[in-house]
Design a protein around this ligand. Sequence first.
Ligand code: AMP
Length: 542
Amino acid sequence: MNGLMMDTSLSITSIIKHAEQVNGDTEIVSVTSDNPRHRYTYREAFARARRLANAIAGWGLEQGDRIATLAWNDYRHFETYYSSACSGYVCHTVNPRLFPEQLVYIINHAEDKYVFLDPDFVPLVEGLASQCPGVQGWVVLTSEDNMPGTSLDNVICYETLVASGDEHFEWPELDENTACALCYTSGTTGNPKGVVYSHRSTLLHAYATMMPDAMGLSRKDVVLPIVPMFHVNAWGTPYSCPIAGAKLVFPGSKMGDGETLATLINEEGVTMSAGVPTVWLGLIAYLKASGKRVDSLKSIIVGGAACPLSVMEDFDTFGVDTHVGWGMTEMSPLGSVNSSPSSREDYSDGDYAKVRLKAGRPIFGVEMKIVDDDGKDLPWDGEAFGSLKVRGPWICSSYFKLEGSDAHEEEGWFETGDVATIDPDGFMAITDRTKDVIKSGGEWISSIEVENVATDHPKVAEAAVIGHFHPKWSERPLLIVVKGPEGDDLSEEEMLAWFDGKIAKWWTPEAVQFVDELPHTATGKLQKVKLREMFKDYSFPE
Ligand code: AMP
């Protein structure tokens, strides 16, 4: 016997209707290149999203076609999210921090038909547009007055486009499994892989993130998403905030600037924020240097990389609760949040520090397990560590246009590439990574690609790159080199100079260490775990 409940579609279009009717007066505030403080309401935002959708409808796109964005967190990006997805297209958020070859690959692999770009990225796009023949037009996210001069063909001004649309556009009915967004994530080897979110997965994820022990969002909140909208949909905040009725504050391109963040927090009354450890270091440094405070800010979620204890303790002095969050692009992204133990008083200081550093408990909807090398379940005793696997309705079941990935080898489970322990209370802690990548300031560096460039150097016999703790960037690449027969005089300077122009500047190793040999397994495979162990006491030069 089935239940007798209505089968209404779990689509993000329903967020629009709800936010317009119930939270219509709540504000969205943005920093943009043409306005240091743009403000309007959800009602106005969705009226413009409708105009935009109506204008785009004239382009003759088909359902499922991809519309890309290369944009900072701001209101125009927010409008583009909804206009494209709720029209039945897929909003493909492209990470502008990737280097041009990867951008070209991603735009072509996704078969993007139009690209909406911030004026800041016009020079970047001019350099690659000719290699993206499938793109029919480039929409610059600004007004006519602020349109930059450009050599791009088929350029459209965003504000002119919005003005040409009809506000009375009717959103189409969409099946809840329709794709709404696409985001690529860099892998260990090969090209970035696309994760396709559906309306259903996005809506369920938004519901879950609003729960009190997750992001705990309500109408009283003012949320500053510092995590980019081009990196896993700013952790779902563009969806969860209009549902909750929380005010949104978008920092635009200023997401790394401590002073701008502090000013936005104080002037807009921000209560909650989310971002990677590196951005918090910038804010803390500014607060300490200026003597300012951020009294409205009650809590932050720190994710994307391990959060240093010093960040938590610094925020303690400002009265801000720091919660570690863990997740992945493949998980929409939220998987766990450390909403901390029942009471701080129950713990000694040392134990409290240990608990709060963990990645937290799975949020309802995400199932986790840790397994050994034979795939057998490991106990949740806080000691046993193994490969972390997850499943749930907002976790990807396969990658876009990619048959059979290793991560999906076990039917129904996704292998995260993280190694973890889980304690009897359900607190998961990341202890290592099986995927060979480095996360610097929240963005991926492929160690294998860096190693390939290093070993091309005529004086290098063998090279390995490991992610190593860095106080500002969480991790930076440390290059470990075995010199070849001609390499006696190979210096760190010469080695580092070799990377110029071969990889993105921020992928260049932070430092080089020379060794006589690298550790290998019996089959000749490099033992990265052993290498990390060998250099665990190493510190990058100041
Ligand atoms: P991304 O898909 O770029 O969001 O990266 C996801 C990966 O970032 C995870 O698989 C982890 O390796 C890492 N990560 C995310 N959150 C944390 C955290 N709280 N602690 C340690 N690593 C994390």
